[in-house]
Design a protein around this ligand. Structure first.
Ligand SMILES: Cc1cc2nc3c(=O)[nH]c(=O)nc-3n(C[C@H](O)[C@H](O)[C@H](O)COP(=O)(O)OP(=O)(O)OC[C@H]3O[C@@H](n4cnc5c(N)ncnc54)[C@H](O)[C@@H]3O)c2cc1C
Length: 314
């Protein structure tokens, strides 16, 4: 939980850099910017980002094993040690005014010479009958958050990625049975997680199958497959990827690719001078905390060079 020191936030100041987001990418960027003695502010809708919702992270260098929340607590400690101001708010518009950008939320207005967009992504939905109706009543997008409610119950995870495998492994700790339902022929998990899934007696994979409906009575009772088979489950965990949070950027003319990801170059620059982007919202092929941090750090370097060129007195 954040204790926001509103006095540390100067709403009149034109910051050197405002970082949008509260995930690892945003914080990595802000840490470097602060160490470059830039006036930096972080504005995040929530703190922690997607990684904070996963129960275990085993691939962040120098930390053998930690929960996603634990990792982000360490990011917060590092940020606090540099007195980086953070405000919990959602930016709704960006406009260019003279030599700075104006960012607006519902109640606040912020100004910055440069911006790093690190707004990550939203979980992709199945878009099938029953999904919306039973969200929160058996349909979930976060095993760490909702898994504990399914002790000794039968659940399914829809998806075949490494994230889906990790969600299934987490759920298998307390549930009676976990089905992974995947439309492909072979799950795409990291080899170590794939092995763990195959060795786990509680997990069964159903391949080449799509879920076309979620049924229930008050709460989820079953899922229906595209071959008309109905599987009785108490919970459905959807893990089929994500959609980049790039609408805000698009509205000011930032270029995106066909997936809606912000196009960046190797300096984390977008097509608009002074606007940088990094992490899951950007078009880099790999979406991990460490790759997001790396792009965020590069954005800080580039923003520093850009602001320096503007000859602003520190
Ligand atoms: C189940 C699962 C397990 C995973 N496991 C691992 C793992 O083991 N190791 C690993 O490295 N990665 C893992 N990942 C991937 C990792 O979570 C992401 O790559 C990483 O979180 C991306 O960081 P980000 O900061 O770019 O975006 P996010 O973490 O998505 O953060 C985006 C932030 O932007 C904020 N935001 C959005 N819109 C606005 C706005 N308009 N204004 C202000 N703020 C806004 C959000 O509130 C959020 O705080 C996993 C992902 C999932 C789903």
């Amino acid at each position: 939980m954040f204790n926001i020191d509103m006095e540390a936030i100067d709403f009149e100041k034109t910051y050197d850099l405002i970082v949008l987001g509260g995930g690892p990418t945003a914080i990595g960027c802000a840490i470097y910017a602060a160490r470059f003695a830039m006036d930096v502010l972080v504005v995040g809708k929530t703190f922690g980002g997607l990684i904070a919702t996963t129960h275990i992270v085993e691939n962040y260098p120098a930390i053998t094993s930690i929960s996603g929340q634990g990792l982000m607590d360490m990011f917060k400690d590092h940020m606090d040690s540099l007195s980086i101001p953070y405000i919990s708010d959602q930016i709704r518009s960006i406009d260019k005014v003279d030599d700075y950008f104006e960012l607006r939320s519902f109640f606040q207005k912020f100004k910055a010479h440069s911006i790093c967009i690190a707004t990550g992504s939203e979980r992709r939905k199945l878009g099938i009958p029953g999904e919306e109706e039973y969200t929160g009543r058996g349909v979930s997008y976060c095993a760490t958050c909702d898994g504990p409610f399914y002790k000794n119950k039968v659940v399914c995870v829809i998806g075949g990625s490494d994230s889906a495998a990790k969600e299934a492994l987490f759920l298998a700790q307390n549930t009676k049975k976990v089905y992974i339902i995947y439309r492909g022929e072979d799950i795409r998990a990291e080899p170590i997680n794939k092995k763990r899934v195959f060795e786990n007696e509680k997990i069964e994979i159903i391949y080449k199958t799509n879920v076309v409906e979620i049924k229930g009575e008050g709460n989820v009772k079953s899922v229906v497959f595209d071959n008309d088979i109905e599987l009785v489950v108490d919970g459905v965990f959807v893990e089929i990827g994500s959609i980049p949070n790039s609408d805000l950027a698009k509205r000011i003319g930032v270029e995106t690719n066909e997936k809606g990801e912000i196009k960046i170059n190797r300096k984390s620059e977008t097509n608009i001078t002074g606007i940088f982007a990094a992490g899951d919202v950007a078009d880099a092929p790999f979406k991990q905390a460490i790759t997001g941090v790396s792009e965020g750090v590069i954005a800080a370097y580039s923003a520093f060079d850009y602001v320096k060129e503007m000859n602003i007195e520190y």
